[in-house]
Design a protein around this ligand. Sequence first.
Ligand SMILES: O=C(O)CCC(=O)C(=O)O
Ligand SMILES: [Fe+2]
Length: 338
Amino acid sequence: METASRVELIVKGNLPEVPSQYIQPPEARPNLHYSGDAASIPTVDLSSSDSAREAIGDACRNWGAFHVINHGVPIHLLDRMRSLGLSFFQDSPMEEKLRYACDSTSAASEGYGSRMLLGAKDDVVLDWRDYFDHHTFPLSRRNPSRWPIHPPDYRQVVEEYGDEMKQLAQMLLGLISESLGLPCSSIEEAVGEIYQNITVSYYPPCPQPELTLGLQSHSDMGAITLLIQDDVGGLQLYKDAQWLTVPPNSHAILVLIADQTEIITNGIYKSAQHRAVTNANRARLSVATFHDPFKTARIAPVSQLSPPSYKEVVYGQYVSSWYSKGPEGKRNLDALLY
Ligand SMILES: O=C(O)CCC(=O)C(=O)O
Ligand SMILES: [Fe+2]
């Protein structure tokens, strides 16, 4: 079980400065006085598939990320998921939280944790974040008894939320395939059985937001991520050599193209490079739902989009190297380019 310190405990210590392990090198520090014009991040209305398909194609080509509205997931479910996540971090005593501690020696293990990367190298800079990871698909991985028992509807809501997100992810993968002129099932067939994890991230207020990151720059490893956040804001997208803050929108779901979709689409669609910044005054919460291939899946560009620009990769090997080397933006993906 993990013994590493939680960010929440550091904050309780009321230190005027963050511990040195959380201080980013100068080139990675955020410029909090500038947040770009992210109002221009596309919003796709899913109420009509025909217009959505075209808008999704543009968004995937130019951004790798977009908001969806009229997505069919009840807004009260998004709100309940956010409030249950917050309740675990803010209302449960630490002793209770530690009963769900994840195993920090294995990648993406289920439960309550703080460190994303494996290994305990002294020079690794830590994220200003605590999280809870739930394994939700395939159903053989789903064991709600490993999730918080309070509030009483926690487990049932996570199950419902996972089911809704999977349906939406499948529909989006279909539209993304079609937007490239491919059959609807192309990307999903290339991915194979979907592995879904739901990660609730909690970013406590930080005494020195200008020196830290809530979550370091990365692109997500799998196929597609569906993300909701609260009204605090702090998620940033890297586009055209600038970091743009994604405006919170409580009704929308943010779609992030992840690395395997970049490979499968032969780089026509790019995965979104993103990070989270912290702030001095308010704790922030996000819920990311990852849809990934299984570990032995071989991922390569679809044959219709040849000649391939990326080497074939066994997904599990991609994940292992990501967690041991660290993301550093998109370097793991770039290493697969011919
Ligand atoms: O907190 C956020 O908005 C980003 C979370 C994220 O990128 C992740 O969990 O991979
Ligand atoms: Fe991410």
